[in-house]
Design a protein around this ligand. Structure first.
Ligand SMILES: [Zn+2]
Length: 261
């Protein structure tokens, strides 16, 4: 697959199954690769995708619910065993940085600040605060050059869990978003559950895609209660047409969605 691209490593909500692992998204730029969230089993999916763990330059964790970060520790072990360069960790809070402090496999731990970009080689990774109920949570915007001189870029937003509200939208409008990978835990019919758990519906995701003028919306983190995701998609299509449901190991080339010069 031509880089830059996205590879979905885990598309489940909360509990893994053989076909859907818990959240993790690989973003491969022209030179560097990062992970956004790193649920249990992410390094198995990396192997299935044929991507060496040594390629990973940074890991950005959205929030400290276990399904989003517990794959970190086994991956650090592998990085060390294989003598890979250590990774930069972008953490939603100091807590994870404190736990990881001094661990092999991590070069530095940066605590996420809303709107403050972290440079990872040619990629600019910007934490954006989202509402995930009571827990501190970020989505990540990544500005991805699609040519070696960086003349054209693609803006990718991965929501993690939760809803992008006013300050999040303002930030994303400034940064520019072409591709959104969004929490879509619930259908609109289950809006009460979505609000109670601090999650988004597929309609929330679609409204955001519409408002930001995105080109592609990828729904992920679907509740296992929906055996057929078509109903989740049809809620979203009411307001945004170009929407797909993530599957594990789905690969999305990014250059197609680049902004014109
Ligand atoms: Zn969560």
């Amino acid at each position: 697959v031509r880089k830059p691209c996205i590879v979905v490593l885990g598309s489940a909500a909360a509990i893994p199954s053989p076909s859907r692992f818990v959240p993790s998204v690989l973003l491969m730029g022209l030179r560097s690769a990062i992970l956004m969230d790193i649920g249990e089993g992410a390094q198995i999916r990396l192997q299935e995708a044929g991507v060496s763990v040594c390629k990973i330059k940074a890991v950005a964790v959205t929030h400290l619910h276990g399904d989003h970060f517990l794959g970190l520790f086994p991956m650090l072990q592998t990085l060390t065993m294989q003598s890979c360069n250590p990774v930069k960790l972008i953490s939603p809070s100091q807590e994870l940085c404190s736990v990881i402090s001094g661990a092999q496999g991590v070069s530095e731990c940066v605590v996420a600040v809303h709107g403050q970009s972290v440079v990872v080689a040619e990629l600019a990774v910007t934490p954006v605060a989202v509402n995930h109920g009571g827990i501190l949570a970020f989505g990540y915007h990544v500005s991805v050059p699609i040519d070696s001189k960086g003349r054209r870029k693609v803006g990718v937003f991965y929501s993690g869990d939760g809803v992008c509200e006013d300050e999040c939208k303002q930030c994303l409008k400034q940064l520019g978003v072409d591709v959104i990978i969004h929490d879509s835990s619930f259908m609109v019919a289950d809006i009460g559950r979505a609000i109670a758990s601090g999650h988004a519906t597929s309609l929330d995701a679609a409204k955001l895609a519409n408002e930001l003028n995105a080109k592609l919306l990828v729904l992920t983190h679907l509740s296992a209660r929906y055996s057929d995701p078509r109903s989740v998609v049809s809620d979203a299509r009411r307001v945004f047409q170009n929407v797909i449901v993530a599957r594990d190991l789905m690969t999305i080339p990014l250059s197609y969605y680049a902004q014109p010069c």
